[in-house]
Design a binder for this molecule. Structure first.
Ligand SMILES: [Zn+2]
Length: 432
């Protein structure tokens, strides 16, 4: 009888005596609006969070856990003053984060992926006044006087805890796309009538919704997400440009992406498990916000330039069809600049000269797009050459009068000899 009781007790206590969770490492990423702590753990970590005031602290309790080594000291983080740890109830781990001010914490656990094992992620959003550098820029409103600049949101993919694809020589997608994005930013900066907005400015993770939100907050006229693909076959190469279509997918990969559309792991923009999931959710987000025709138009022009300056993976712009398309407002495209999994392309992606050529090709595409379709109220729209479509009843002298130009300059701008014009004909209106 005693033996059975002892056995039962053993069964009951066994799960509790499982290996304690080891916290093996801690990474810290400072984004403009929050700081992310990532604990590498040997198993999924149950945890509890709470904050304390005077002084501001965040307490993270992880039951049945051990800390391997020391916590790193942090002094230059805008949110965290110091990290401490203590053992609690003999088996539990308590991590105390001394803060520079009140925070709103958010936490979740992530499953292992190719890059990392189990992780516990804690995001610290400063409560109260915003941190330096995140105040929204004053954007010209429609009621401002004078024409506004066209705004181009540049979104270097991935970042921070999410490295994106990795090349054979060890370079990360997140780094090369940020470098290309910065070059594009500099090019747009020099362009009259255009203004760049960097969506990701450093090495930190940004949720996909947040990326779109930043573009929208800045009233972007175009959203360009920059990536560098990976494929299991290292020979695959070339750049691609993606937009979203309402109808069927135009390639195998796009079809595959579309089939994952309703997958729950795309929700919330925290998908770090798989590079391809990441791309799928970027596209999913784009699909909900993109103005389809404008996106395709811009994508075609960028694609043509990339093709002229190098190799493209496919013969045309790729599209993926998604069911969940919501109100479109920002034309968006996604550029896979090259395959980082191809050793030759990986070398090129790290070459400043090649990065510059890619940025210039994208710039040329952007320029042709906005020349063709300048948004109303912009400097580009005002400086675009004026045209007049002839309707019934128009006369050449009447048109000249309407635009306050001489009949002769109107004739010579359109290589007209007499006064004969046709309904539907488009005339160039010369500058006065
Ligand atoms: Zn990517």
């Amino acid at each position: 009888m005693k033996k059975i009781a002892a056995l039962l007790l053993l069964f009951v206590t066994l799960p509790l005596m499982a290996e304690p969770v080891q916290v093996e490492n801690l990474r810290l990423w400072a984004a403009p609006d929050h700081t992310r702590l990532v604990f590498d753990t040997t198993a999924a970590a149950n945890h509890k969070l709470f904050t304390l005031d005077n002084p501001a602290r965040l307490v993270i309790d992880i039951p049945d856990a051990r800390l391997k080594g020391e916590l790193p000291l942090t002094s230059d983080d805008p949110v965290i003053r110091r990290l401490r740890s203590a053992e609690r109830n003999r088996n539990d781990l308590r991590v105390v984060v001394d803060l520079k001010g009140a925070v709103k914490p958010k936490s979740f656990v992530l499953k292992p992926n190719r890059q990392y094992g189990h992780r516990l992620v804690v995001d610290l959003f400063p409560a109260g006044p915003q941190r330096d550098g995140v105040e929204k820029k004053v954007v010209k409103s429609i009621t401002d006087n004078g024409p506004r600049d066209v705004v181009i949101a540049i979104d270097p993919g991935h970042g921070g805890e999410d490295p994106g694809a990795k090349g054979a020589r060890g370079s990360y997608e997140k780094d090369v796309v940020l470098a290309i994005g910065r070059r594009l930013e500099a090019l747009i900066e020099r362009e009259r009538g255009m203004r760049p907005v960097m969506v990701r400015k450093g090495d930190y993770f940004l949720g996909l919704r947040k990326r779109m939100q930043l573009a929208r907050d800045n009233r972007a006229d175009l959203f360009i997400s920059i990536h560098a693909d990976a494929f299991r076959d290292p020979r695959v190469r070339g750049s691609s440009v993606y937009t979203l279509s309402r109808r069927g997918a135009s390639s195998e990969a796009a079809r595959w992406l579309a089939s994952r559309e309703n997958s729950a792991d795309l929700i919330g923009g925290v998908t770090l498990d798989d590079k391809d999931d990441m791309l799928a959710s970027v596209l999913l987000d784009l699909s909900q916000t993109a103005s389809q025709e404008a996106s395709l138009d811009a994508a075609n022009m960028v694609f043509r330039q990339l093709k002229a300056s190098g190799e493209t993976h496919k013969k045309r712009v790729q599209q993926a069809g998604f069911a969940v398309l919501k109100s479109p407002d920002v034309p968006s495209l996604l550029i896979e600049t090259a395959f980082i999994s191809n050793p030759a392309e990986e070398r090129k992606l790290n070459d400043p000269g090649h990065q510059q050529r890619l940025a210039e090709a994208i710039m040329n595409g952007i320029r042709s797009y906005f020349r063709k379709s300048p948004p109303p109220g912009t400097w580009l729209a005002q400086s675009a050459p004026k045209r007049h479509r002839i309707s019934r009843g128009d006369t050449l002298s009447g048109i000249a009068e309407q635009y306050r130009i001489s009949l002769n300059s109107l004739r010579s701008a359109n290589q007209l000899r007499g006064d004969r014009i046709l309904v539907g004909q488009v005339l160039r209106i010369p500058e006065t």
